[in-house]
Design a binder for this molecule. Structure first.
Ligand code: FAD
Ligand code: EPU
Length: 422
């Protein structure tokens, strides 16, 4: 009896060959000789051939040991999944980061199902390399090429988990585009996410920094998320209280940093009218639009119009939204600053501290529109750094350090970067 498994080594996973050795040994101990083992990303035809081989094993009378049959089938299944992964080498990430920076990663793979991710976990190329999970790449600054494997989350699907007359729990796969998901909810008349219209990126990244805009953060509608441990593949459900959401914060940026692959996020949305138009700019925009009794769609349109008036569109000008967080300061520091700078833009917090508009601080340093080495402070919103003229990640990072220093020198306030620096 002899087995011929032909899988063709390519795309940086040929070193996986070594991991087939134990299988070869097992088969040999059953007097089955493995002629050849190679790897491939299977085409449809090859997939069918693999399945045919699998069926052949099940019906083959020479193999009487049922346990062995199951083992072989399992192995073929695992390698079938693995071979569906297309691990690319030396991939240009220009279209995978919203700064449009031409940087390269050693390995790149797109994940289309959770099985893909579990198969990836077993590969040596995954185990032996630094990992970076990405969605839309709209909150990342690559300061250099990425020596490791970039895992692009491409999981798709939206499903209703539970509903009654008043509310609905809706689950979106992590690779769904955030804005399209928001539009989907608006179309269905589910209230809650409309103020978060037009935020770039994917659903899976939304809990990472508890995305927020115009008086709403995702924690307000968040129900739970499903994630897979990036080391042992164990699935875990995170409820709202597990996520420790804060202003641009969650456990996924702190104690569980780089430990979980988020595969889906569920939101609890309202079926009855429940709009949040408390944010000043929304009211003003609705007035401009001459809308007196806004609908869900009106609020979304107002938010879209405000955003388009000041934030650069990443498909035209590379950027990652606000580069810094709005800093929080003590009441004492606030008193000192507001004495010296009467116009300071600030918001009182329930704790007694104050939040400052970092955009205002940067503008007061005379930096609006400031440009160096192709990197610039956006002229319509000083909190946004842009790739104005074929800049590099290093130059954008250096500009951010310069901004930090200037703001500190003038106000004694230290800004914190919001964008993930790679
Ligand atoms: P990425 O940039 O791909 O990843 C961000 C981080 O999340 C990385 O650390 C990455 O490793 C991690 N990650 C991504 N997906 C997963 C996953 N499935 N599992 C585990 N880790 C993961 N943000 C706001 O909060 N409010 C705004 O108003 C806002 N406006 C913006 C406007 C513009 C023009 C731009 C360019 C950005 C803006 N952002 C805003 C920032 C950005 O859109 C959000 O942070 C968004 O959630 C990032 O999604 P992404 O899929 O692009 O994440
Ligand atoms: N301001 C200036 N000059 C500027 C920019 C802002 O003086 O160049 C002052 C203005 O007084 C303005 C105030 O700052 O009224 C606030 O500005 P804006 O409404 O644009 O909001 P922001 O505080 O700069 C935050 C978020 C945005 C979010 C908006 C709307 C952070 C770090 N940024 O920006 O989020 O869309 O509020 O809610 O909290 C992002 O995270 O990427 C992002 C874009």
């Amino acid at each position: 009896m002899c087995i011929l498994i032909v899988l063709n080594g390519q795309n940086g996973i040929s070193n996986e060959l070594g991991s087939f050795l134990p299988i070869r040994t097992t088969l040999k101990s059953h007097s089955i000789n493995v002629k050849q083992v190679l790897f491939t990303r299977l085409s449809v035809t090859k997939s069918l051939i693999t399945l045919t081989i699998a069926i052949f094993f099940v019906v083959n009378k020479d193999i009487v040991d049922i346990g062995l049959k199951i083992e072989i089938l399992h192995l073929i299944y695992c390698y079938f999944c693995l071979s569906m992964l297309n691990i690319q080498e030396n991939k240009n990430l220009k279209s995978y980061n919203s700064f449009s920076l031409e940087v390269f990663c050693t390995f790149f793979v797109e994940i289309n199902s959770i099985e893909d991710f579990l198969s990836l976990l077993k590969t040596e190329v995954y185990q032996n390399n630094t990992k970076l999970i990405i969605g839309g790449g709209s909150n990342i600054l690559f300061t250099q090429n990425f020596e490791g494997i970039v895992i692009k989350n491409n999981l798709k699907g939206i499903e209703v988990v539970h509903e009654n007359n008043n509310e609905i729990i809706i689950k979106a796969a992590a690779g769904e585009n955030w804005h399209e998901f928001v539009l989907y909810c608006i179309k269905k008349n589910y209230y809650g996410l409309e103020n978060l219209s037009l935020i770039p990126g994917c659903v899976g990244a939304s809990p990472m920094q508890n995305i927020g805009a115009y008086g709403v953060e995702i924690k307000d509608c968040f129900f739970e998320l499903e994630a897979t441990n990036v080391v042992n593949g164990e699935k875990k459900v995170f409820k709202k209280e597990d996520c420790e959401f804060g202003y641009r914060e969650s456990v996924f940026k702190t104690k569980y940093k780089n430990q979980y692959f988020i595969s889906s996020v569920s939101f609890k949305l309202n079926k009855n009218a429940d709009l949040n138009t408390s944010y000043g700019a929304i009211k003003e925009q609705l007035d401009v639009m001459k809308v007196k009794n806004p609908t869900l769609k009106d609020v979304s349109n107002a938010v879209i119009a405000i955003r388009q008036s000041k934030l650069p569109n990443p498909s035209e000008i590379g950027n990652a939204g606000s580069f810094f967080k709005n800093p929080e300061i003590s009441f004492e520091k606030y008193k000192e600053l507001s004495n010296n700078f009467k116009e300071i833009v600030s918001y009182p917090l329930p704790s007694g501290n104050f939040k400052l508009a970092a955009g205002w601080l940067i503008e007061q340093c005379g930096l609006k529109g400031f440009e160096k080495n192709g990197a610039a402070v956006h002229s319509k919103q000083a909190l946004v750094l842009i790739n104005k003229n074929n800049s590099s990640g290093k130059a954008i990072f250096e500009l951010s350090s310069y901004v930090l220093q200037k703001v500190f020198d003038k106000f004694g306030v230290t800004l914190e970067r919001e964008v993930n620096i790679i």
